[in-house]
Design a protein around this ligand. Structure first.
Ligand code: UT7
Length: 338
């Protein structure tokens, strides 16, 4: 879904602060070797992942989201009362209802904010970004807090070597704003979101919802855990991430040489290499941190962006390209001038 030509002047939207949080506990590949029939060599060679973080049993998705949000607000210099929109992208909400965003709203005291969750799996953060940009651009919000937070360890089948080595827990957040407080030319230049609902069965958590409600038998069969056809997904990921990024580059007229940094979804190093090679982006312009955190679904790209910015990998005025892919299937990309 592209930005349509609008009959009215849209307000510019800037990203004014980011934050991230990962739980303390590290689960290394050698730890996994003791749990399932796998090896460090297989995991590193096929994915690039070396370790991932696992939330404490009593650590909720909203707790991680709140930690990331506080850091983003601090970086942005945004006070709780100024935030008028909170969107949390998650597939592991605290309960199904109310939304995780409402828990975050209470935790940070953002009493003036509307709050809701969105579900777009690994594309969740950029879906949230595009949604918030529309609200702000249309004058319906001024300062938005967008967060992606996942406790995937809770929905992983720890006996399935084909999935349990891939995922980790964590959260990332960003503050978006229009009007005063925007420095220089900072702007969300463009964003793209898309989906193919004919391929829902490639990556899903089949049970626990209205289609396959929770029963003792379903729990026994682990239908509340991630099921994935990784090989097929891999091909779709490369194709859609490349297409989404290319369409964004074409639409904005950005010269690919002017992209200072690409921050992609952190699922698999081979996917990242294949996509960026097809885009003609050299490896030194690509930010990768999946070796430390594995795939944290929607949180992965914003944790990566936050780390990249804090490490000085992009400076004010630089153009950063983000591109993601996930269950749905869904995909998304965004061009951001920092
Ligand atoms: O975040 C949403 C988007 N996610 C993705 O895009 C993930 C996309 N997919 C992938 O990243 C890769 O497909 C995986 C990393 C999941 C798998 O890598 P692959 O190279 O596609 O492996 P495969 O599934 O084709 O499996 C190859 C072999 C199989 O054995 P056989 O049948 O060849 O004997 C698997 O049983 O590797 C075996 N295998 C493992 N071996 C050791 C699968 N998982 C493991 C494991 N350790 N953990």
């Amino acid at each position: 879904m592209n930005d349509l030509t609008q009959p009215f002047k849209r307000l510019p939207v800037a990203l004014i602060g980011t934050g991230s949080y990962v739980p303390e506990r590290r689960l290394t590949n050698s730890d996994l070797e003791k749990m399932v029939d796998t090896t460090n060599e297989w995991i590193v060679e096929r994915t690039g992942i070396e370790e991932r973080r696992i939330a404490a049993p009593d650590e909720k998705t909203s707790d991680m989201a709140t930690n990331a949000a506080r850091k983003a607000m601090e970086a942005a210099g945004a006070r709780p009362g100024e935030i008028d929109l909170i969107i949390v992208a998650t597939i592991t909400p605290d309960p199904f209802t109310p939304s995780t965003a409402c828990y975050v709203q209470a935790n940070i005291g953002a009493v003036n904010a509307a709050a809701f969750d969105i579900s777009a799996a690994c594309s969740g953060f950029l879906y949230a970004l595009k949604t918030a940009v529309q609200y702000i651009g249309c004058g319906q919000a001024r300062t938005a807090l967008i967060i992606a937070s996942e406790k995937l360890s809770h929905i992983v089948n720890w006996e399935d070597r084909s999935t349990c080595v891939l995922f980790g827990d964590g959260a990332g957040a960003a503050v978006l704003r229009t009007g005063t407080g925007i420095e220089g030319d900072s702007a969300i230049l463009a964003s793209d979101i898309g989906a193919d609902g004919t391929l829902t069965d490639i990556l899903l958590v089949p049970g626990g919802g209205s289609a396959i409600p929770t029963t003792e038998e379903n729990i026994h069969e682990k239908l509340y855990t991630v099921a994935m056809r990784g090989n097929e997904l891999f091909r779709h990921a490369v194709q859609h991430m490349k297409d989404s990024a290319l369409s964004l580059i074409k639409r904005t007229g950005i010269d690919p040489n002017d992209i200072a940094l690409v921050v992609p979804h952190q699922a698999n190093l081979r996917i990242i290499n294949a996509v960026t090679a097809r885009l003609g982006i050299p490896p030194e312009k690509v930010f990768v941190n999946l070796q430390k955190y594995g795939n944290t679904s929607g949180a992965a790209c914003i944790i990566a962006l936050d780390e990249a910015l804090r490490a000085g990998r992009a400076k004010k005025g630089d153009i950063v390209l983000m591109v993601t892919f996930g269950a749905g299937l869904t995909w998304s990309s965004a061009a951001i001038r920092i």
